[in-house]
Design a protein around this ligand. Structure first.
Ligand code: 1QQ
Length: 428
Protein backbone atom coordinates (compact mmCIF):
# COMPACT_ATOMS: atom_id res chain seq x y z
CA UNK A 1 0.00 0.00 0.00
CA UNK A 2 2.94 2.31 0.24
CA UNK A 3 2.45 3.78 -3.20
CA UNK A 4 -1.19 4.49 -2.45
CA UNK A 5 -0.30 6.45 0.68
CA UNK A 6 1.89 8.67 -1.42
CA UNK A 7 -1.17 10.09 -3.16
CA UNK A 8 -2.85 10.92 0.05
CA UNK A 9 -6.50 10.74 -0.85
CA UNK A 10 -9.10 8.46 -2.23
CA UNK A 11 -9.75 10.95 -4.97
CA UNK A 12 -6.22 10.64 -6.23
CA UNK A 13 -6.56 6.90 -6.14
CA UNK A 14 -9.78 7.08 -8.11
CA UNK A 15 -8.02 9.20 -10.71
CA UNK A 16 -5.30 6.61 -10.99
CA UNK A 17 -7.83 3.86 -11.49
CA UNK A 18 -9.27 5.90 -14.33
CA UNK A 19 -5.85 6.29 -15.88
CA UNK A 20 -5.13 2.60 -15.54
CA UNK A 21 -8.39 1.79 -17.22
CA UNK A 22 -7.81 4.18 -20.05
CA UNK A 23 -4.40 2.61 -20.50
CA UNK A 24 -6.12 -0.74 -21.03
CA UNK A 25 -8.14 0.69 -23.85
CA UNK A 26 -6.21 0.89 -27.12
CA UNK A 27 -8.70 2.96 -29.03
CA UNK A 28 -9.46 5.47 -26.30
CA UNK A 29 -13.10 4.48 -26.37
CA UNK A 30 -15.10 3.38 -23.40
CA UNK A 31 -15.36 -0.28 -22.74
CA UNK A 32 -18.68 -1.56 -21.57
CA UNK A 33 -17.17 -4.21 -19.37
CA UNK A 34 -15.43 -2.63 -16.46
CA UNK A 35 -12.10 -4.14 -15.58
CA UNK A 36 -11.71 -4.92 -11.93
CA UNK A 37 -8.64 -3.82 -10.07
CA UNK A 38 -6.90 -6.51 -8.09
CA UNK A 39 -8.07 -6.24 -4.49
CA UNK A 40 -5.74 -6.70 -1.59
CA UNK A 41 -6.44 -9.86 0.31
CA UNK A 42 -9.32 -9.34 2.65
CA UNK A 43 -10.28 -5.95 1.32
CA UNK A 44 -13.17 -4.87 -0.85
CA UNK A 45 -12.74 -5.10 -4.57
CA UNK A 46 -12.56 -1.81 -6.39
CA UNK A 47 -14.47 -1.67 -9.62
CA UNK A 48 -14.54 1.21 -11.96
CA UNK A 49 -16.80 1.85 -14.89
CA UNK A 50 -15.09 4.01 -17.45
CA UNK A 51 -17.14 6.43 -19.44
CA UNK A 52 -15.87 8.93 -21.95
CA UNK A 53 -15.81 12.37 -20.45
CA UNK A 54 -17.17 14.87 -22.91
CA UNK A 55 -14.38 15.99 -25.14
CA UNK A 56 -11.72 14.54 -22.91
CA UNK A 57 -9.88 11.43 -24.01
CA UNK A 58 -9.18 10.44 -20.45
CA UNK A 59 -11.74 8.21 -18.88
CA UNK A 60 -13.70 9.57 -16.04
CA UNK A 61 -14.59 6.86 -13.66
CA UNK A 62 -17.29 6.00 -11.29
CA UNK A 63 -15.45 3.83 -8.91
CA UNK A 64 -17.73 2.20 -6.45
CA UNK A 65 -15.58 1.80 -3.45
CA UNK A 66 -16.94 -0.30 -0.69
CA UNK A 67 -16.42 1.27 2.73
CA UNK A 68 -12.86 1.15 3.93
CA UNK A 69 -11.66 0.10 0.52
CA UNK A 70 -8.14 -0.93 0.05
CA UNK A 71 -6.56 -1.60 -3.25
CA UNK A 72 -3.25 -3.03 -4.21
CA UNK A 73 -1.33 -1.45 -6.97
CA UNK A 74 -0.87 -3.66 -9.93
CA UNK A 75 2.23 -3.50 -12.05
CA UNK A 76 0.46 -1.02 -14.29
CA UNK A 77 0.68 1.67 -11.65
CA UNK A 78 4.04 2.96 -10.70
CA UNK A 79 5.37 6.36 -9.87
CA UNK A 80 3.56 9.42 -11.05
CA UNK A 81 2.74 8.28 -14.54
CA UNK A 82 1.69 4.72 -14.95
CA UNK A 83 4.21 2.28 -16.25
CA UNK A 84 2.03 1.23 -19.16
CA UNK A 85 0.85 4.67 -20.21
CA UNK A 86 2.52 7.76 -21.51
CA UNK A 87 0.28 10.61 -20.49
CA UNK A 88 0.14 13.75 -22.63
CA UNK A 89 -2.06 16.83 -22.33
CA UNK A 90 -3.60 18.81 -25.18
CA UNK A 91 -5.07 22.26 -24.55
CA UNK A 92 -7.31 23.00 -27.52
CA UNK A 93 -10.02 25.55 -28.21
CA UNK A 94 -13.25 23.61 -28.13
CA UNK A 95 -15.37 26.67 -27.50
CA UNK A 96 -15.44 30.38 -28.38
CA UNK A 97 -13.49 32.21 -31.13
CA UNK A 98 -11.01 29.49 -32.08
CA UNK A 99 -13.35 26.49 -31.82
CA UNK A 100 -13.20 26.03 -35.58
CA UNK A 101 -9.46 25.31 -35.35
CA UNK A 102 -9.61 23.35 -32.10
CA UNK A 103 -12.27 20.96 -33.39
CA UNK A 104 -10.13 20.12 -36.36
CA UNK A 105 -7.07 19.69 -34.15
CA UNK A 106 -8.78 17.37 -31.69
CA UNK A 107 -10.06 15.07 -34.45
CA UNK A 108 -6.56 14.82 -35.90
CA UNK A 109 -4.95 14.24 -32.50
CA UNK A 110 -7.35 11.41 -31.66
CA UNK A 111 -6.69 9.81 -35.02
CA UNK A 112 -2.91 9.98 -34.64
CA UNK A 113 -3.09 8.64 -31.10
CA UNK A 114 -5.21 5.67 -32.13
CA UNK A 115 -2.86 4.86 -35.01
CA UNK A 116 0.24 5.08 -32.85
CA UNK A 117 -1.30 2.96 -30.10
CA UNK A 118 -2.50 0.35 -32.60
CA UNK A 119 1.06 0.16 -33.92
CA UNK A 120 2.49 -0.56 -30.46
CA UNK A 121 2.56 2.86 -28.82
CA UNK A 122 5.76 4.29 -27.38
CA UNK A 123 8.14 1.38 -26.96
CA UNK A 124 5.21 -0.79 -25.94
CA UNK A 125 3.44 1.79 -23.79
CA UNK A 126 0.14 3.26 -24.88
CA UNK A 127 -0.24 7.02 -25.23
CA UNK A 128 -3.15 8.69 -23.48
CA UNK A 129 -3.93 12.26 -24.46
CA UNK A 130 -6.03 14.34 -22.10
CA UNK A 131 -7.74 16.86 -24.35
CA UNK A 132 -9.02 19.88 -22.43
CA UNK A 133 -10.82 23.00 -23.67
CA UNK A 134 -8.70 26.15 -23.44
CA UNK A 135 -11.86 28.11 -24.34
CA UNK A 136 -9.84 30.36 -26.72
CA UNK A 137 -8.85 32.20 -23.57
CA UNK A 138 -5.45 32.81 -21.92
CA UNK A 139 -6.73 32.36 -18.35
CA UNK A 140 -8.48 29.11 -19.14
CA UNK A 141 -5.41 27.88 -21.02
CA UNK A 142 -3.31 28.58 -17.91
CA UNK A 143 -5.83 26.69 -15.74
CA UNK A 144 -5.65 23.70 -18.10
CA UNK A 145 -1.85 23.82 -18.11
CA UNK A 146 -1.84 23.85 -14.31
CA UNK A 147 -4.00 20.72 -14.34
CA UNK A 148 -1.55 19.06 -16.74
CA UNK A 149 1.39 20.06 -14.54
CA UNK A 150 -0.37 18.68 -11.46
CA UNK A 151 -1.13 15.48 -13.37
CA UNK A 152 2.56 15.23 -14.33
CA UNK A 153 1.95 14.84 -18.04
CA UNK A 154 5.04 14.05 -20.08
CA UNK A 155 4.40 16.80 -22.66
CA UNK A 156 1.73 19.30 -23.68
CA UNK A 157 0.26 19.98 -27.14
CA UNK A 158 -1.27 23.42 -27.73
CA UNK A 159 -2.80 25.76 -26.85
CA UNK A 160 -4.68 26.64 -30.05
CA UNK A 161 -4.09 30.40 -30.02
CA UNK A 162 -0.80 32.26 -29.64
CA UNK A 163 -2.75 34.64 -27.42
CA UNK A 164 -3.27 31.78 -24.95
CA UNK A 165 0.25 30.39 -25.38
CA UNK A 166 1.77 33.70 -24.27
CA UNK A 167 0.14 33.21 -20.86
CA UNK A 168 0.15 29.42 -20.48
CA UNK A 169 3.53 28.37 -21.94
CA UNK A 170 5.59 30.10 -19.21
CA UNK A 171 3.94 27.72 -16.69
CA UNK A 172 5.14 24.66 -18.61
CA UNK A 173 8.58 26.19 -19.10
CA UNK A 174 8.78 26.79 -15.36
CA UNK A 175 7.66 23.21 -14.64
CA UNK A 176 10.11 21.88 -17.28
CA UNK A 177 7.39 20.15 -19.26
CA UNK A 178 7.95 20.22 -23.04
CA UNK A 179 5.28 21.95 -25.14
CA UNK A 180 4.66 21.33 -28.81
CA UNK A 181 2.57 24.12 -30.29
CA UNK A 182 0.71 22.93 -33.37
CA UNK A 183 -0.98 26.17 -34.44
CA UNK A 184 0.81 29.13 -32.80
CA UNK A 185 2.20 31.48 -35.42
CA UNK A 186 2.93 34.72 -33.55
CA UNK A 187 6.51 35.79 -33.00
CA UNK A 188 7.98 35.21 -29.56
CA UNK A 189 6.26 31.91 -28.73
CA UNK A 190 9.37 29.73 -28.84
CA UNK A 191 11.35 32.49 -27.13
CA UNK A 192 9.37 31.75 -23.95
CA UNK A 193 11.95 29.07 -23.25
CA UNK A 194 13.85 25.98 -24.28
CA UNK A 195 10.94 23.63 -23.52
CA UNK A 196 8.72 25.31 -26.12
CA UNK A 197 8.68 23.95 -29.69
CA UNK A 198 6.28 24.43 -32.57
CA UNK A 199 5.52 22.54 -35.74
CA UNK A 200 3.40 25.43 -37.04
CA UNK A 201 5.21 27.87 -39.31
CA UNK A 202 5.22 31.39 -37.88
CA UNK A 203 3.63 34.33 -39.65
CA UNK A 204 7.17 35.61 -40.21
CA UNK A 205 7.98 32.39 -42.11
CA UNK A 206 4.80 32.46 -44.20
CA UNK A 207 3.70 36.02 -44.95
CA UNK A 208 6.71 37.43 -46.83
CA UNK A 209 6.21 34.69 -49.42
CA UNK A 210 2.44 35.28 -49.49
CA UNK A 211 2.94 38.95 -50.32
CA UNK A 212 5.64 38.24 -52.88
CA UNK A 213 3.45 35.70 -54.71
CA UNK A 214 0.33 37.89 -54.42
CA UNK A 215 2.18 40.86 -55.87
CA UNK A 216 3.43 38.83 -58.82
CA UNK A 217 0.03 37.25 -59.53
CA UNK A 218 -2.31 40.12 -58.72
CA UNK A 219 -0.23 43.08 -59.79
CA UNK A 220 -1.01 45.11 -56.69
CA UNK A 221 0.81 48.30 -55.68
CA UNK A 222 -1.40 49.75 -52.91
CA UNK A 223 -3.45 47.88 -50.32
CA UNK A 224 -5.64 48.52 -47.28
CA UNK A 225 -4.51 46.79 -44.10
CA UNK A 226 -6.97 45.62 -41.44
CA UNK A 227 -6.21 43.70 -38.24
CA UNK A 228 -7.44 42.76 -34.79
CA UNK A 229 -5.62 44.87 -32.22
CA UNK A 230 -6.49 42.68 -29.21
CA UNK A 231 -4.87 39.34 -30.07
CA UNK A 232 -1.25 38.15 -30.15
CA UNK A 233 -1.65 36.40 -33.51
CA UNK A 234 -3.55 39.17 -35.32
CA UNK A 235 -1.13 41.82 -34.03
CA UNK A 236 1.88 39.72 -35.00
CA UNK A 237 0.41 39.16 -38.46
CA UNK A 238 -0.16 42.88 -38.82
CA UNK A 239 3.46 43.79 -38.21
CA UNK A 240 4.76 41.02 -40.46
CA UNK A 241 2.36 42.06 -43.26
CA UNK A 242 3.45 45.67 -42.85
CA UNK A 243 7.13 44.78 -43.20
CA UNK A 244 6.49 42.45 -46.14
CA UNK A 245 4.42 45.08 -47.95
CA UNK A 246 7.21 47.63 -47.50
CA UNK A 247 9.81 45.11 -48.66
CA UNK A 248 7.79 44.56 -51.84
CA UNK A 249 7.25 48.28 -52.50
CA UNK A 250 3.50 48.09 -51.83
CA UNK A 251 2.01 51.14 -50.14
CA UNK A 252 -0.78 51.18 -47.55
CA UNK A 253 -3.88 53.23 -48.35
CA UNK A 254 -5.42 52.95 -44.87
CA UNK A 255 -5.02 50.93 -41.66
CA UNK A 256 -8.17 49.74 -39.90
CA UNK A 257 -8.63 47.78 -36.68
CA UNK A 258 -11.25 45.63 -34.96
CA UNK A 259 -11.58 43.53 -31.82
CA UNK A 260 -12.73 39.97 -31.12
CA UNK A 261 -16.49 39.73 -31.36
CA UNK A 262 -16.70 42.61 -33.87
CA UNK A 263 -19.64 41.81 -36.12
CA UNK A 264 -20.23 45.09 -37.88
CA UNK A 265 -17.48 46.05 -40.29
CA UNK A 266 -19.34 48.78 -42.14
CA UNK A 267 -17.21 51.65 -40.78
CA UNK A 268 -13.92 49.92 -41.55
CA UNK A 269 -14.98 48.79 -45.02
CA UNK A 270 -16.41 52.21 -45.87
CA UNK A 271 -13.01 53.72 -45.03
CA UNK A 272 -11.17 51.00 -46.95
CA UNK A 273 -13.39 51.39 -50.01
CA UNK A 274 -12.86 55.15 -49.92
CA UNK A 275 -9.09 54.65 -49.96
CA UNK A 276 -9.36 52.77 -53.28
CA UNK A 277 -6.89 49.91 -52.67
CA UNK A 278 -5.85 47.24 -55.17
CA UNK A 279 -6.42 44.60 -52.46
CA UNK A 280 -7.35 44.19 -48.80
CA UNK A 281 -4.77 42.57 -46.53
CA UNK A 282 -6.22 41.16 -43.31
CA UNK A 283 -4.76 39.73 -40.12
CA UNK A 284 -7.80 38.15 -38.54
CA UNK A 285 -9.12 35.02 -36.90
CA UNK A 286 -11.88 33.35 -38.86
CA UNK A 287 -15.07 34.77 -37.27
CA UNK A 288 -13.98 38.40 -37.68
CA UNK A 289 -12.24 37.68 -41.00
CA UNK A 290 -15.47 36.33 -42.41
CA UNK A 291 -17.44 39.36 -41.18
CA UNK A 292 -14.95 41.65 -42.87
CA UNK A 293 -15.01 39.76 -46.19
CA UNK A 294 -18.84 39.69 -46.22
CA UNK A 295 -19.04 43.43 -45.63
CA UNK A 296 -16.47 44.17 -48.33
CA UNK A 297 -18.35 42.06 -50.86
CA UNK A 298 -21.71 43.48 -49.75
CA UNK A 299 -20.35 47.00 -50.32
CA UNK A 300 -19.48 45.91 -53.83
CA UNK A 301 -15.73 45.61 -53.39
CA UNK A 302 -14.36 42.96 -55.73
CA UNK A 303 -10.65 43.48 -55.02
CA UNK A 304 -8.57 40.48 -53.92
CA UNK A 305 -8.39 39.77 -50.19
CA UNK A 306 -5.18 38.39 -48.70
CA UNK A 307 -5.10 36.78 -45.27
CA UNK A 308 -2.84 34.97 -42.83
CA UNK A 309 -3.16 31.75 -40.88
CA UNK A 310 -6.60 32.50 -39.45
CA UNK A 311 -8.18 31.89 -42.88
CA UNK A 312 -6.88 28.34 -43.26
CA UNK A 313 -10.21 26.63 -42.71
CA UNK A 314 -12.76 25.13 -45.08
CA UNK A 315 -15.35 26.92 -42.95
CA UNK A 316 -14.33 30.07 -44.85
CA UNK A 317 -15.78 28.54 -48.00
CA UNK A 318 -18.74 26.78 -46.40
CA UNK A 319 -19.80 29.97 -44.62
CA UNK A 320 -19.11 32.47 -47.40
CA UNK A 321 -19.58 30.49 -50.59
CA UNK A 322 -19.03 32.69 -53.62
CA UNK A 323 -17.85 35.61 -51.48
CA UNK A 324 -14.76 33.61 -50.48
CA UNK A 325 -13.67 33.01 -54.08
CA UNK A 326 -10.29 34.50 -54.89
CA UNK A 327 -9.19 34.94 -51.26
CA UNK A 328 -5.42 34.40 -50.91
CA UNK A 329 -4.07 32.69 -47.80
CA UNK A 330 -0.55 32.02 -46.62
CA UNK A 331 -0.33 28.46 -45.32
CA UNK A 332 1.95 25.70 -44.13
CA UNK A 333 0.22 22.85 -45.95
CA UNK A 334 -2.22 22.10 -48.71
CA UNK A 335 -4.22 18.89 -48.95
CA UNK A 336 -3.44 18.27 -52.62
CA UNK A 337 -0.26 16.43 -53.50
CA UNK A 338 2.25 16.31 -50.72
CA UNK A 339 4.20 13.25 -49.65
CA UNK A 340 2.79 9.75 -49.17
CA UNK A 341 2.17 10.44 -45.46
CA UNK A 342 0.11 13.48 -46.42
CA UNK A 343 -1.93 11.61 -49.00
CA UNK A 344 -2.62 8.75 -46.58
CA UNK A 345 -3.57 11.25 -43.89
CA UNK A 346 -6.04 13.04 -46.18
CA UNK A 347 -7.58 9.74 -47.26
CA UNK A 348 -7.88 8.27 -43.76
CA UNK A 349 -9.08 11.47 -42.11
CA UNK A 350 -11.75 11.94 -44.77
CA UNK A 351 -12.88 8.33 -44.40
CA UNK A 352 -13.05 8.63 -40.62
CA UNK A 353 -14.69 12.03 -40.26
CA UNK A 354 -16.49 12.63 -43.56
CA UNK A 355 -14.67 15.87 -44.31
CA UNK A 356 -11.21 16.64 -45.64
CA UNK A 357 -8.60 17.76 -43.11
CA UNK A 358 -7.40 21.36 -43.08
CA UNK A 359 -3.93 22.67 -42.31
CA UNK A 360 -4.69 22.73 -38.57
CA UNK A 361 -5.51 19.03 -38.66
CA UNK A 362 -2.32 18.28 -40.61
CA UNK A 363 -0.21 20.18 -38.08
CA UNK A 364 -1.91 18.56 -35.08
CA UNK A 365 -1.68 15.06 -36.56
CA UNK A 366 1.97 15.59 -37.48
CA UNK A 367 2.56 16.98 -34.00
CA UNK A 368 1.47 13.79 -32.27
CA UNK A 369 3.82 11.77 -34.50
CA UNK A 370 6.66 14.22 -33.85
CA UNK A 371 6.13 13.90 -30.09
CA UNK A 372 5.77 10.12 -30.24
CA UNK A 373 9.02 9.88 -32.18
CA UNK A 374 10.82 12.04 -29.62
CA UNK A 375 9.38 9.99 -26.75
CA UNK A 376 10.63 6.78 -28.38
CA UNK A 377 14.13 8.24 -28.68
CA UNK A 378 14.29 10.06 -25.34
CA UNK A 379 16.73 8.68 -22.76
CA UNK A 380 13.96 8.87 -20.19
CA UNK A 381 10.53 10.43 -19.81
CA UNK A 382 12.00 13.38 -17.90
CA UNK A 383 11.15 16.80 -19.29
CA UNK A 384 14.79 17.54 -20.07
CA UNK A 385 15.31 14.28 -21.94
CA UNK A 386 12.12 14.69 -23.98
CA UNK A 387 13.09 18.29 -24.77
CA UNK A 388 16.51 17.12 -25.95
CA UNK A 389 15.00 14.37 -28.08
CA UNK A 390 12.71 16.89 -29.77
CA UNK A 391 15.77 18.90 -30.73
CA UNK A 392 17.09 16.11 -32.97
CA UNK A 393 13.74 15.34 -34.64
CA UNK A 394 14.01 14.02 -38.17
CA UNK A 395 10.77 12.44 -39.28
CA UNK A 396 8.53 12.26 -42.31
CA UNK A 397 5.02 13.48 -41.49
CA UNK A 398 2.22 14.97 -43.61
CA UNK A 399 3.90 18.38 -43.25
CA UNK A 400 6.93 16.93 -45.07
CA UNK A 401 10.39 15.78 -44.01
CA UNK A 402 10.33 17.47 -40.65
CA UNK A 403 13.11 18.96 -38.51
CA UNK A 404 13.22 21.84 -36.04
CA UNK A 405 15.36 24.93 -36.55
CA UNK A 406 17.78 25.76 -33.71
CA UNK A 407 15.12 28.30 -32.63
CA UNK A 408 12.70 25.36 -32.07
CA UNK A 409 10.58 26.68 -34.95
CA UNK A 410 9.39 24.38 -37.72
CA UNK A 411 11.75 24.03 -40.65
CA UNK A 412 9.78 23.67 -43.86
CA UNK A 413 8.54 25.63 -46.84
CA UNK A 414 5.29 27.64 -46.79
CA UNK A 415 2.68 27.64 -49.55
CA UNK A 416 0.23 30.19 -50.87
CA UNK A 417 -3.27 28.96 -51.52
CA UNK A 418 -6.32 30.63 -52.98
CA UNK A 419 -9.99 29.81 -52.87
CA UNK A 420 -11.05 28.50 -56.24
CA UNK A 421 -14.26 26.58 -56.88
CA UNK A 422 -14.91 26.36 -53.13
CA UNK A 423 -11.51 24.79 -52.41
CA UNK A 424 -8.01 25.87 -51.48
CA UNK A 425 -5.70 25.43 -54.44
CA UNK A 426 -1.98 26.11 -54.38
CA UNK A 427 -0.92 29.26 -56.23
CA UNK A 428 2.11 28.25 -58.27
C1 1QQ B 1 -2.28 31.80 -33.67
C2 1QQ B 1 -2.85 31.41 -34.97
C3 1QQ B 1 -4.27 31.08 -35.05
C4 1QQ B 1 -4.89 31.37 -36.37
C5 1QQ B 1 -4.28 29.64 -34.70
C6 1QQ B 1 -5.49 28.92 -34.69
O1 1QQ B 1 -2.13 31.25 -35.92
O2 1QQ B 1 -3.02 32.13 -32.73
O3 1QQ B 1 -1.06 31.80 -33.59
Amino acid sequence: MSSNKKFGSRLALVALVALALSACDLGGTASSTAPTATPAAGSNAVTASPTTAGSSMVMTNTASMGGGTAMTNTASMGGDNMANTVMLGAALSQSKTAKVYGDSQSKAIKMAMDEINAAGGINGKQITIDIQDDASNPKQAATVYQKFINDKVIAIIGPTLSNSAATADPLAQQAQIPVLAVSNTAGGIVDIGDYIYRDSLSEAQVIPNTIKVAKAKLNISKVALIYGNDDAFTKAGYSVFKQALAANGITITTEQTFQKGNINFSAQITAIKGSNPDAIVASALLPEGEGMIKEARNQGMTVPIIGGNGFNSAKLMSDLGQQAEGVYVGAAWNSAGGNQASQDFVKNFTAKYGNAPDQFAAQAYSGVYILADALKRAKSMSGADVRDALKTTKITVPLGDFTFLPTRDANHTPVVQMVQGGKFVVVQ
